[in-house]
Design a protein around this ligand. Structure first.
Ligand SMILES: CC(C)(COP(=O)(O)OP(=O)(O)OC[C@H]1O[C@@H](n2cnc3c(N)ncnc32)[C@H](O)[C@@H]1OP(=O)(O)O)[C@@H](O)C(=O)NCCC(=O)NCCS
Length: 178
């Protein structure tokens, strides 16, 4: 069940992190989250994506500017045929529904289980809501079962093509953030 509301209450140490766009000032080299592909993305690909305007990368950084977590957002769409029927009923009859892709989200192993993932998810939700553009869903691809359960915890629902391909409606996000 999606959470009715997402409490904006953080552990005090977590609120010390700055949430900001990734920049060259940040130290990415010590970032390890337990998933090689996500580590490599931060080391090798993140700045390429920023430079080529295909994603924004938002980082949680500590007082030494070390990256403790990050997420990415970019424009996307979802094919109508993979959307559960209960949701399609409320949509216009377009083949593709405008969406935002939460491409990656990761927290350093040193900080996992302390609320930073939740803070990053809230930041992503807030950022999406404030974008002045039409979109109906936030979508993501869970890398493994643990990640899938994390997303389900925040109200994401599987699409029909793959249990790891998940979405949450803009309406659900707005209601949860009230
Ligand atoms: C998945 C990940 C981002 C979670 O970050 P985190 O900082 O450890 O999570 P938090 O401590 O902020 O937990 C936030 C909430 O989610 C819940 N949660 C965390 N991991 C969960 C899981 N695997 N299953 C279910 N709930 C989970 C927590 O209990 C907490 O609940 P609350 O809102 O009631 O307090 C982090 O473990 C990670 O980076 N893992 C490796 C990379 C990865 O798999 N990324 C996902 C992209 S596919």
């Amino acid at each position: 069940m999606p959470p009715k509301t997402i409490k904006k209450r953080y552990w005090p140490e977590i609120s010390l992190f700055r949430i900001e766009r990734l920049s060259k000032e940040h130290d990415r080299n010590s970032f390890v989250c337990g998933n090689e592909a996500l580590n490599d993305y931060l080391y090798k690909q993140a700045f390429q994506d920023i430079k080529k305007n295909v994603a924004i990368v938002i980082a949680a950084t500590d007082e030494s500017k070390r990256v403790a977590g990050f997420y990415t957002l970019c424009a996307s769409s979802v094919e109508r045929r993979v959307i559960p029927p209960l949701t399609t009923k409320r949509l216009p009859k377009y083949e593709k529904i405008p969406a935002i892709l939460l491409g990656r989200l990761a927290v350093s192993v040193n900080h996992q289980g302390q609320g930073l993932g939740k803070r990053l998810m809230l930041s992503a939700f807030e950022r999406c809501i404030s974008i002045d553009m039409g979109w109906a869903f936030l979508v993501t691809d869970a890398k493994d079962e643990r990640a899938r359960l994390f997303y389900l915890h925040f109200g994401f629902i599987p699409l029909l093509d793959d249990v790891d391909h998940l979405f949450v409606t803009k309406q659900t996000i707005m209601e949860a953030m009230k």
